[in-house]
Design a protein around this ligand. Sequence first.
Ligand code: TYD
Ligand code: MG
Length: 481
Amino acid sequence: MAKSTLSFVCQNCGAAYNRWQGKCESCGEWNTLAEEDTSGSVPVSIRSKRKGRTFALESLAGKSPDAPRLSSGMSELDRVTGGGFVRGSVLLVGGDPGIGKSTLLTQATSLLARAGHRVVYISGEEAVAQVRLRAERLGLSDAPVQLAAETSVEDIVSTLSEGAVPRLIVIDSIQTMWTDTVESAPGTVTQVRASAQALIRFAKKTGAAIILVGHVTKDGQIAGPRVVEHMVDAVMSFEGEGSQQFRILRAVKNRFGPTDEIGVFEMTGLGLREVTNPSELFLSERDLGTPGTAVFAGIEGTRPVLVELQALVAPTSLGTPRRAVVGWDPSRLSMVLAVLEAHCGVKLSGHDVYLNVAGGLRIHEPAADLAAAAALVSSLVNAQLPTDAVYFGEISLSGVVRPVAQTPARLKEAAKLGFQRAVLPESARGDAGGDAGLSLNAVNSLTTLVAEIAARGSRRGESSAQPEKNATPARFRRGEG
Ligand code: TYD
Ligand code: MG
């Protein structure tokens, strides 16, 4: 037996220390160190005596067969995995509690089982009866999924080694698994890491694909074992605002496919429904005719997605005005505000600024700058933007509107959804092609756009001399109270 080495391991990031301390120096979290045996499962005596064998080295060139994939039968899920689950690969799915991870995986396993594959669902969190209840609710009770409520990795591996190799195994969740090879308590970093290692070894050896469900901490990281993220082949996060019906599955890491694709689902009373045209969904509850909203023509992976950005700019009553943003990068918002102040004469230091991406989507593209700026200025001067226009373009620190990729795809989607015009970077006009079907308003600097919106404001504006009074759309008044 290995000499046991006790260390204090941070349960948030996995850093190990010789003695206890209140704060983890690696990730900065407080009170996350727990005592663990970190000697590992291979005794040192064996490790050091083993003589290395030699192996053949290969060249980079040469043909390898395509990774054999197993299509899940859910096109949104396949899109994110890059075309299906790869044989022998391990995928980690993270997400907040209650977001729908178990529901998604119950649906996916049932479809595969119905297609005749051996599929196993191991639940460490719920009793068999609970999983059955969910399946019943989803109308999937008849699917021949093999089900068990187990937490011992050794028992799971022995059971699954018998009979035909399963094509897909779901472990819900990795935090509940434990292995005899380490002495720490279940749920600790060492346990989770060792359990994941054992399961990964099983997947590589047999060729079964494994999906590990992982919990997420309050700041959105897969809890405890960041290390597990490095061990697995792919990491997906399942996101969504609790109050909204939309759920987005996003690839964070993928050794066998792209990482910028998203899958969009809607949670209904009968489980998750795939949303094949997200733009329609995100724009379905637009409130037309309110100042402070602009439609952004974005791209997620290979797919264009139109989404509404909502801004509220209101005089502040605080010493330091508030800046709050949902669904977009706060530092990007600060940058756009700084450019508006510095180059366009838009004074915002006396105003609270709120920005929201409708529908619970998170936008990562800098191309949203122009739409955000348009929404902000529109709210400030209380002038409604044209309801049939989309916006996209990156704003540089000098106030120049810079081109972004995939202009034709953005325009095509906008035209398809009935938009009449697009506000876009001057230099992207060439990419647009003549047949965009939209009237193009090319702007080369943010100042031009601000002047246009301000002109709309003053045209309508003589009567509305007190913009503050109706600058607050009712929706925000409710939300902010
Ligand atoms: P679940 O898959 O258990 O979440 P997770 O495994 O990520 O913790 O989903 C739980 C939520 O989903 C729960 O609040 C109820 C809701 N739900 C539906 O709205 N419709 C359904 O058909 C199902 C099965 C769940
Ligand atoms: Mg669950």
